[in-house]
Design a protein around this ligand. Structure first.
Ligand code: C2O
Length: 606
């Protein structure tokens, strides 16, 4: 996508090609130059576009927001204006779409976050920066920092790491390198302490979109550099919680010693070792044998890293540009296991699953950083699994920026584009087995028999129609919904399947995002209510997860988003390539009264 205009030289309130001036908030830093104006004149239209929007009800007024006393329909400006790197792109119908990357938040504009009442008057803004500089990556060190799996480190490493964390905890809370401030970074970027630059009524949110992986990569980068500098060891690398391998599917022992600075008492006491981690945790007890749990976990990893990761946005999350009102949907791993591991670790005796189970408090637990190191490692590994697994090239992603403090307590501005290559950042991950690579699920045998015996399309159709019908949406998800969804294309060739992924797209409204919300998606499942016990099977497609958090601006009436799973591989596993439709079961597992399903459809994406 080419950048069509350059940094602003004027803030004159210029009208843009037919868009009324009042669409441009006065605080916006950027307007199209007159020249560009002319070029776009005949093509720009206001009739656009939040992809995940409520297309069934386009005239509804509750999407209206008020900027500078002018009522506008937020959906009509797509996403906006007010950026150094604004771009315009052409949609399939010839419509121009104005867009821009998320701007670097302004620290002096950091305000009170929206945190739960029991958090007191927590201020999670960083110390005020006197000057902010563009971060210049140091030259790649001769030996990379190697992040080790937390359950395999030796005593020497453990002592070094423990010392680094104690030193960080001993810094005064006003020091941006202190553990308190490091934990607050997460709260500031997740609970609405920052509004979007140019959009004072909109939160900047780093979850549930394509910002998720790069934001957390930079966050851990500086956390690691600060620890290294505190112990005077620039080779120091943080550990990762290796929850994608059998031996790593427990809380790593070094974090569970109450006398260690790695300990946090605000965790679920029932989940101390030797309890096996549930990567698909529903918020209540689910106790299969350890063996069964491990096998569930490995299959889940296969689903998320392979089946549900066949396009860039399925894995990294959906585009989120400046001016976006709602977070558009996270990638596979962000939903699961990232979300369930947060809630599994948090303490159910606390009002909001603190610490790990709520975004405002999550990073107070040292285990947070090990969890996120493994999440980050999944991005690193994903790019090695297939030549198709590539980062976005969209300028609005590459140019999105954040602010952190580096190891010298200097405020720095970083861009997404500079964090894509871990070697350039000076680190890598210790190379360990990936047992989930072979954990592709098998279909339930009875289903296969039905499929292979009922060869005729008539028989297959008859069977489908006895098991489910088409449901009318929107519909609250308070009990299992089963619906038939038509497949726009079927019987595709191998090449077609490689070029375009068949994607199930579910528009979701979460009514209370301060609650844990989770639902599972099954395809062609025979059971009226698919059982969690049989999760290790081809029918399980994925899980939508909302980790409890709050927003400050713009989303007080609930949170709209989308959830997507990849169907191409799964449908092969089920032998359903030639079917006209699939039966989709949506099974609420947590937060039953908090979800409305707006629509369920199949799209094709490359
Ligand atoms: Cu910023 Cu695991 O969340």
């Amino acid at each position: 996508m080419a950048s069509l205009y350059s940094p602003p030289t004027t803030t004159t309130n210029t009208s843009v090609a037919g868009l009324p001036c009042h669409l441009f908030p006065k605080t916006s830093q950027l307007f199209l130059s007159k020249d560009i104006n002319r070029r776009l004149k005949s093509k720009i239209t206001c009739k656009v576009i939040m992809k995940n929007d409520d297309s069934q009800n386009p005239k509804t007024t509750n999407n209206d927001i008020n900027i500078n006393n002018n009522k506008i329909d937020r959906r009509n400006i797509l996403i906006g204006l007010g950026g150094m790197y604004g771009t315009a792109t052409t949609l399939g119908d010839g419509t121009f779409l104005l867009a821009a990357p998320m701007q670097t938040p302004v620290p002096s504009a950091c305000g009170p976050a929206d945190v739960p009442p029991n958090a007191g008057n927590l201020n999670c803004c960083p110390p005020l920066a006197t000057n902010i500089v563009d971060y210049v990556l140091p030259p790649t060190p001769p030996t990379l920092r190697v992040r080790p799996p937390a359950h395999l480190v030796d005593d020497q490493y453990r002592q070094k790491f423990t010392r680094a964390i104690s030193l960080m905890k001993a810094l005064p809370a006003s020091d941006p390198r202190s553990f308190t401030q490091q934990a607050n970074v997460h709260c500031a970027y997740c609970n609405g302490a920052y509004s979007q630059v140019g959009f004072p009524n909109l939160d900047l949110q780093v979850h549930n979109s394509w910002l998720f992986f790069p934001f957390h990569r930079w966050y851990l980068y500086f956390f690691e550099k600060i620890l290294g500098s505190l112990i005077n060891d620039p080779t120091f690398a943080i550990p990762f919680w290796n929850w994608d391998t059998s031996a790593g599917m427990r809380m790593p022992a070094m974090y569970t010693d109450p006398n260690s600075p790695l300990y946090d008492s605000i965790r679920d006491p029932a989940h101390r070792p030797p309890k096996v981690l549930d990567l698909n945790f529903d918020g209540d007890a689910n106790d299969p044998s350890d063996q069964q749990m491990i096998s569930n976990n490995l299959t889940l990893m296969y689903r998320q890293m392979v089946t549900n990761a066949r396009t860039t946005s399925l894995f990294l999350g959906q585009p989120y540009r400046a001016g976006a009102r709602f977070t558009p949907g996270g990638g596979s791993v962000e939903n699961t296991p990232h979300g369930p591991v947060h809630v599994w670790t948090g303490d159910p005796r606390q009002p909001n699953f603190e610490d790990m189970g709520n975004f405002y408090s999550a990073a107070r637990d040292p285990l947070f950083y090990a969890h996120h190191a493994n999440v980050d490692r999944m991005w690193f590994i994903w790019k090695t699994l297939s030549t198709n697994n590539r980062d976005f090239t969209d300028a609005d992603w590459l140019n999105a920026s954040f602010i952190f403090y580096d190891e010298n307590a200097q405020a720095v501005r970083v861009r997404v584009r500079d964090c894509l290559d871990t070697t350039r950042l000076g680190f890598t991950y210790q190379n360990v087995d990936l047992p989930w690579r072979n954990a592709r699920p098998a279909p339930r045998t009875s289903r296969v028999r039905v499929r292979s015996v009922t060869q005729t399309p008539e028989a297959a159709t008859a069977m489908e129609s006895t098991t489910s019908t088409v449901v009318n949406f929107p519909k609250p998800l308070n009990k299992t919904i089963r619906t038939n969804v038509g497949r726009p294309k079927k019987t595709r060739s191998k090449k077609e399947k490689e070029e375009e992924e068949e994607v199930l797209v579910i528009d979701v409204e979460v009514k209370r995002h301060d609650k844990y919300v989770k639902f599972d998606v099954y395809i062609n499942d025979e059971d009226e209510i698919p059982s969690k016990k049989f999760q290790v099977k081809a029918e399980y497609a994925g899980s939508f997860v909302n980790v409890p958090h709050k927003h400050k601006h713009g989303e007080e009436h609930g949170h709209k988003t989308t959830f997507r799973v990849g169907l191409t591989e799964l449908i092969e596993e089920l032998g359903a390539d030639d079917d006209d439709s699939v039966t989709v079961s949506l099974v609420p597992r947590a937060g039953k009264n908090n979800v409305i399903i707006k629509s369920v459809k199949i799209e094709f994406a490359s």
